[in-house]
Design a protein around this ligand. Structure first.
Ligand code: NAD
Ligand code: UGA
Length: 311
């Protein structure tokens, strides 16, 4: 298939682009190198992609590039580009979230609407649920985001489904649950914790450390994207979880085991926008897409640690 990957220089987009090339597909990757974290890390993410046959990289903002030209002949579109990060989405910085998450998505959908694409896979987020009433949380749960970030990810998901309903845009949404692994964003917990623990600094723990997450290894998320492109039902959201539900404190204990010494912690106030718990009910993805997570937390963490040691 001929594919377009937005956010191709990012954590998930770069892994996805590599997997598509390995599967014999061609990829146009688009990324504007937002300054949320250093361009140098994103350039390293692209190292295995640039110059590879079948891969074309376009530097630009989705709101500004010539989308009709870039989408010509595209069969699968994977929309990974966004301003990610839950805790930074308050205050003045919110306009960045509306620009990159809502407006950019709407402009992409307007362009896709006029093209005969087979599937558009949108990277949604567990943050749309907020403090969900039920855990594990099924997709039917009424979304009640508690962070401005979650509000924009939900707004973009609704846009995808509005374009699906009104213009038959074949859009599906994958609600990823906290993704980790090699190339993870530097603002995320595992990346920060491992880097600081390696240099002997105490790691910052927000709140009591008993908040829990369903953590998902990046190759499972990549696999979910490929399955969704093949089998996803337009207008449908799918939870994509990794099967491991643990507290931040338990993660730090496990990191200590992997490092061979305990990880020192600095307890800090809980952060606005953080939910207490996430847990995915993946029945729908399992049944309709054939999705099953395969990399467990210990193995995934070991791989992220190895990557960080080499950077
Ligand atoms: P990332 O920041 O590493 O990647 C996003 C990329 O998109 C960046 O390289 C950025 O430069 C690019 N980008 C942003 N706005 C753009 C625009 N307007 N035009 C072109 N490029 C633009 O983030 P990530 O962790 O890889 O997340 C990928 C997607 O998955 C995002 O949509 C995010 O909301 C979603 N998601 C991530 C997680 C997670 O745990 N990492 C969980 C749930 C959902
Ligand atoms: C992650 C991603 O960053 C979001 O982009 C994504 O949309 C979201 O998952 C999702 O699943 O939808 P988050 O769960 O906050 O968000 O991921 P981490 O940054 O890895 O944080 C995990 C937990 O560790 C949170 O409870 C957070 O408060 C805690 N944490 C994080 C710390 O205690 N200290 C830190 O330095 C960083």
């Amino acid at each position: 298939m001929h594919c377009v990957v937005t956010g191709a220089a990012g954590f998930i987009g770069s892994h996805l682009s590599e997997a598509l090339l390995a599967g014999g597909h061609t990829v146009i990757g688009i990324d504007v190198f937002t300054d949320y974290y250093p361009r140098a890390q994103k350039e390293r993410n692209l190292a295995g992609l640039r110059g590879r046959p079948g891969f074309t990289f376009v530097e630009g903002d989705l709101r500004e590039v010539d989308l009709p030209r870039l989408l010509e002949g595209a069969e699968w579109v994977f929309h990974q580009a966004a301003q990610a990060g839950v805790r930074a989405s308050w205050g003045d910085y919110f306009s960045t979230y509306t620009a990159h998450n809502v407006l950019a998505t709407q402009m992409l959908l307007e362009a896709v609407r006029k093209m005969p694409v087979r599937k558009l896979v949108y990277a949604s987020s567990s943050s749309i649920y907020g403090d969900a009433e039920r855990a594990p949380t099924p997709e039917e749960t009424i979304p009640q985001p508690v962070s401005p970030y979650g509000v924009t990810k939900l707004a973009a998901e609704h846009l995808c489904f509005a374009y699906a309903r009104n213009f038959n845009v074949p859009a599906v949404a994958l609600r990823y649950f906290t993704v980790y692994g090699e190339r993870q964003r530097p603002d995320m917990a595992f990346h920060r914790f491992l880097r600081m623990a390696l240099s002997g600094e105490p790691v910052p723990v927000y709140g009591d450390g008993l908040q829990s997450r369903e953590f998902t290894y990046v190759s499972d998320v990549v696999k979910a994207n490929l399955l969704a492109a093949e089998h996803g039902r337009p207008g449908t959201p799918y939870n994509i979880g990794g099967g491991s539900q643990v507290t931040v404190a338990e993660v730090l204990d496990l990191m200590g085991e992997l490092l061979g010494r305990p990880v020192a912690r600095q307890m800090l106030p809980a952060q606005p926008g953080d939910v207490r718990r996430t847990q995915a009910d993946i029945t729908r993805a399992r049944t309709e897409l054939g999705y099953e997570p395969t990399v467990g937390l210990r193995e995934g963490l070991r791989r992220e640690l190895e990557w960080l040691r080499g950077t």
